[in-house]
Design a protein around this ligand. Structure first.
Ligand SMILES: C[S@@+](CC[C@H](N)C(=O)[O-])C[C@H]1O[C@@H](n2cnc3c(N)ncnc32)[C@H](O)[C@@H]1O
Length: 262
C-alpha cells in the first residue's frame, strides 16, 4: 500500500470512535509534555496529530497561542467542540504532518504525543517539523517504543490485519532512528519513560478499545466471522501477559524526545 493510500484510510480509521476516551488514558504523557515546554504567554505552539486536543487544551490554558492539526476530520470536529465548551481559543485545522500549510520558522514550540509517529513518510514529517520551528524553538515528542507495551499490543493485532503498513510507526520509538531523522536540525534529549494503564480485566480493556480506539474498532468491524477470534486473542494477550494482583497492569514504554532548533 502506498503512503497516500494509507493516509486516506487513516483519516477515517482514527476518527472512528470517541478517541477522547483513549486520550484520557494518556494524561500523564500530556501533562509531562506541556510541563517540559514551559510555554510563555503568547508563544506560538503547533500540536501535530492533535487528536481531540489534549495537548492543545493544556497549552492554550497555559497561555500559548495554539494551532492543532490532525489528519482525521472527525477528531478535529470533536476538538473544536471541546475548545468552545471550555472557552479556549485554539486554531484547529485538518492537516497532514508530512505537508504542513505553515510558513518556515512560524512556531516557537511544536509537539506531538503518540501522533507524528503514525504518519508513514517519516523523512517528510521530520523535514516539516524542522522547517516550521524557528531557530531556538523547542519540540517535544512522545513516541511508543517497538518492544514496549504499545508496540507489543500492535504486534498482537498484526495477524488480523489485511496487510502490513508500508512503514513502521514504531521506528519513531528507536533513539538511533530519531537521531537520524531530527539530529541535524535539533539538539536532542531522548529519555525512556513508562506510562502505565491499569484496567479491571482483559474484557474491560477490549470494551474500551473496541469501542473508542479507531485502529482497534475499525479492525474489529472489518473481521466479520473472525471478530470473536480477535476479541479472544485480545483478552488472552492482556490476561496472560499483564495480569497483576487481580487487575491488568499495562506498562507502555515511550521515548520522551525534547529538542531545540539549531
Ligand atoms: C494515538 S492518536 C494521538 C492523538 C493525540 N496526539 C493524543 O496524544 O491524544 C494518533 C493521531 O495521529 C493522527 N495522524 C495520523 N497520521 C497523521 C498525519 N499524517 N498527519 C496528521 N495527523 C495524523 C491520527 O488522526 C490520530 O489523531
Amino acid at each position: 500500500m502506498s503512503f497516500a493510500a494509507l493516509k486516506e484510510k487513516q483519516s477515517v480509521i482514527w476518527g472512528n470512535g470517541p478517541y477522547q476516551r483513549i486520550a484520557e488514558t494518556l494524561t500523564d504523557i500530556h501533562e509531562l509534555t506541556v510541563e517540559k515546554m514551559h510555554p510563555q504567554g503568547g508563544e506560538r505552539w503547533l500540536d501535530l496529530a492533535c487528536g481531540t486536543g489534549a495537548i492543545a487544551e493544556r497549552a492554550a490554558a497555559a497561555g500559548a497561542d495554539v494551532t492543532g492539526i490532525d489528519l482525521a476530520p472527525a477528531l478535529i470536529d470533536t476538538a473544536q467542540q471541546r475548545a468552545s465548551e471550555r472557552g479556549l481559543q485554539i486554531d484547529y485545522q485538518v492537516g497532514d504532518c508530512e505537508d504542513l500549510a505553515f510558513d518556515d520558522a512560524s512556531f516557537d514550540i511544536a509537539s506531538s504525543t503518540c501522533g507524528i509517529m503514525f504518519a508513514p513518510d517519516h523523512e517528510a514529517s521530520a523535514r516539516e517539523l524542522a522547517r516550521v520551528v524557528r531557530p531556538g524553538g523547542r519540540i517535544a515528542l512522545a513516541n511508543w517504543t517497538p518492544d514496549g507495551g504499545l508496540g507489543r499490543m500492535f504486534k498482537m493485532m498484526a495477524p488480523f490485519q489485511a496487510a502490513p503498513p508500508p512503514s513502521s510507526p514504531f521506528d519513531w520509538g528507536r533513539p538511533d532512528r530519531v537521531r537520524e531523522l531530527l539530529g541535524d536540525a535539533f539538539d536532542l534529549q531522548i529519555d525512556e519513560r513508562v506510562s502505565t494503564l491499569t484496567m479491571p480485566d482483559g474484557e474491560a480493556y477490549w470494551q474500551l478499545f473496541s469501542s473508542s480506539y479507531g485502529p482497534t474498532k475499525t479492525l474489529a468491524e472489518s473481521l466479520g466471522d473472525r471478530r470473536e477470534e480477535f476479541h479472544a486473542a485480545w483478552v488472552d494477550f492482556f490476561e496472560n501477559e499483564y495480569a497483576r494482583d487481580g487487575k491488568i497492569v499495562h506498562p507502555r514504554e515511550y521515548l520522551m524526545i525534547t529538542g531545540t532548533r539549531r
